[in-house]
Design a protein around this ligand. Structure first.
Ligand code: CA
Length: 230
């Protein structure tokens, strides 16, 4: 992928300009749309390698469009980054729930934007056509919820599956216990943060026979990170 193509869907021209300027040095090909209607036209012409989608759009909202993209067979594998305002904290969680690959909070720096885009593009298509998410030697089937490690099929509990699914789709980033509760257990949880530690321990125990528990790292004083870096 020498020059990935990006579609920016954002109604504020100033933010589109900022993103375009920030990305000039990367050589990405950029297409822009200021609303969902325009975005559909651009997508009909050419499918991009990545979509940047603003949460607040006139007419059809960004989140409704994100849902539509993620339920479309042709487009569900295009990595999607949501742009949210700081006041829309709840949105990040909902965005990740509907399948956005990442989010960036406004205002963001050009360097942060480029870093996030590169990380998401490196991950490749999140879910294969067969419904498999791959992370190094782990293959997670989202239809059967079975984990395969080197030809071994591992049945996970529903909670182990949810936690592993989150980590495999959000690697190389540290999450606090509170964030994990929000993202994995959901906003309306009334559970203790220690529950996170308990479930992490269980998941590690499942991965340990294959020496894969090393992916799930404790970040002292911060939280947890799923990483392929040793
Ligand atoms: Ca907007």
């Amino acid at each position: 992928m020498p020059h990935p193509s990006l579609l920016i869907i954002e109604d504020e021209a100033a933010i589109r300009d900022m993103i375009r300027f920030a990305l000039i040095p990367t050589g990405f090909t950029i297409t822009e749309a200021s609303n969902v209607h325009e975005a559909k036209q651009k997508l009909a012409e050419k499918l991009p390698d990545l979509i940047l989608l603003d949460w607040m759009l006139p007419g059809t909202s960004g989140i409704d469009f994100a849902k539509k993209l993620k339920s479309d067979v042709a487009m569900c594998n295009i990595p999607l980054i949501m742009l949210t305002a700081r006041a829309e904290e709840e949105n990040k969680i909902r965005g990740l729930e509907i399948g956005a690959d990442d989010y960036i909070t406004k205002p963001f720096s050009p360097l942060e934007l480029i870093a996030r885009i590169k990380t998401v593009l490196r991950r490749g298509p999140l879910v294969s056509i067969e419904g498999i998410i791959q992370f190094h030697n782990l293959s997670l089937n989202i239809n059967t919820q079975i984990l395969i490690i080197e030809n071994n099929a591992i049945n996970l509990s529903p909670m182990e599956y949810k936690l592993l699914y989150f980590f495999m789709t959000h690697p190389e980033r540290t999450y606090t216990r509170e964030q994990l509760l929000d993202y994995v257990w959901g906003r309306n949880h009334y559970i203790d943060e220690r529950t996170v530690d308990v479930q992490i321990r269980r998941l590690r125990h499942r991965l340990q026979p294959y020496d894969c528990d090393i992916y799930l790292k404790t970040m002292r004083g911060m939280g947890y990170q799923f990483t392929g870096k040793t």
